[in-house]
Ligand binder design. Structure first.
Ligand code: SF4
Length: 401
């Protein structure tokens, strides 16, 4: 998975490189282990790095540029005419690049995969395209009347003082040049938005897939309260994604909401950490429990998802060590039981704890007093839509790529 962005200044006196750099930092919650940029000045120049955007040594200047912040591969691919960054899965991307250089509409018509892309041409256009399912998000915005921006999420615009205008529709291609912003519907939309974007992928201050992310997460918390009301002393969300779930849950039931943890170090996603040692150390460094918030209490602990269970197990252990009396776990997503073919890092079935153990077994392994996952119907209700991909929860995938 990745955060992708393109910025084009309507006047060539601008240098967009710093705007691009900070926009990529605003998108690095989508992936931060690989990063790359292509900048257009007299010619197109690129820099790639196996590092986060923050550590990218970035000294290029230009009036149009694209950037990538991702987890694996996916660096910009380019020839002398066109450069591309992709979020998702695009089959045979080198061949696609050749076709796109010759005839971009035809290339998009024939593309195999599930993806969003941002392209930069040497003639000075930034192009955004979202495949017909819209499985990966993409938005259009601007920096006043000076720059057009295309980014995975509106936070890629707001962090640099830009304005979100609208989402790019599934199957739509948007082209920004110094003259205008043009739109063309390349394929009929067949919406299948990724549910995980709402649950934990998108940033809390974003708007993706026709929904405000914060409001949606509050509704998920309220839905959890309907499905599994627990008369707890305190409701705690695992920072940061699950905090709004805890707000919604506690509001709905009139329970006390507490900040159970404080953070150490940068908010790096534990799920993306590459080995289990980092996962264990990562969670302890990241989340230090607050003793006075948990001592002697019956706690509802809400997290956004459960993959292998390692993270939540360590979190529960740390609450117990500080004297929590009971820990009841709620998960703000349905059970993850299968892989994702569309570019989100969901491990294979054999590593997914919910695919292999019963609820009682999971609770025992984690050391929790009880556990409940959001139901699939509850997810549809909270998002008020059924135009969703739920493949990793149901093994029913909307599109075979
Ligand atoms: S399979 Fe899961 S993670 Fe992948 S796009 Fe569908 S809902 Fe999102």
């Amino acid at each position: 998975m990745a955060g992708i962005v393109g910025i084009l200044a309507f006047d060539k006196v601008w240098d967009v490189s710093k705007f691009l750099y900070y926009s990529m930092i605003g998108l690095q919650h989508r992936g931060y282990t690989n990063s790359g940029v292509v900048v257009l000045n007299e010619k197109m120049e690129s820099i790639t790095s196996r590092s986060s955007p923050e550590d990218l040594e970035f000294n290029l200047k230009g009036w149009a540029a694209i950037g990538y912040a991702g987890t694996r591969g996916g660096f910009p691919i380019l020839n002398e005419e066109v450069a591309l960054v992709i979020d998702g899965v695009l089959k045979d991307s080198e061949t696609f690049l050749k076709q796109f250089t010759k005839d971009r509409e035809r290339a998009l018509q024939e593309a195999k995969g599930s993806f969003s892309l941002v392209a930069l041409t040497k003639d000075g256009e930034v192009i955004g395209y979202r495949d017909e399912t819209g499985v990966r998000p993409l938005s259009l915005g601007a920096f006043g009347f000076d720059m057009g921006i295309i980014a995975s999420e509106p936070v890629g615009m707001s962090v640099i003082g830009g304005d979100f205008r609208r989402e790019i529709a599934p199957g739509e291609m948007v082209t920004i040049s110094t003259l205008n912003v043009k739109s063309k519907q390349i394929k009929e939309p067949k919406r299948a938005y990724c549910s995980i974007e709402y649950i934990y992928q998108a940033r809390i201050d974003s708007y993706v897939n026709e929904r405000d992310v914060y409001e949606t997460r509050i509704k998920i918390g309220e839905q959890l309260a309907e499905e599994k009301p627990i008369n707890a002393d305190s409701v705690i969300g695992v920072p940061e994604t699950a905090l709004p779930f805890a707000v919604g849950y506690s509001r709905k039931l009139g329970l006390q909401f507490d900040l159970g943890f404080t953070r150490t170090g940068s908010p790096i996603r534990t799920m993306l950490a590459s080995d289990s040692f980092l996962k264990v150390i990562g969670v302890q460094l990241k989340l230090n429990p607050i003793k006075s918030a948990v001592l002697g209490k019956k706690i509802v602990l809400i997290d956004d998802s459960m993959v292998t269970g390692t993270t939540i197990k360590n979190t529960i252990m740390s609450l117990r060590r500080l004297g929590a009396k009971e820990v009841h776990v709620l998960i703000g997503s349905p059970k993850l039981v299968s892989y994702c073919p569309y570019g989100i890092e969901v491990p294979e079935d054999k590593e997914l704890i919910a695919a292999n153990l019963s609820e009682a077994e999971v609770a025992k392994v984690l050391g929790a007093d009880s556990i409940h996952w959001l139901s699939l119907d509850g997810l549809f209700k909270a998002i008020s839509s059924r135009s969703l991909c739920t493949g990793c929860m149901t093994r029913r995938y909307p599109k075979v790529i």
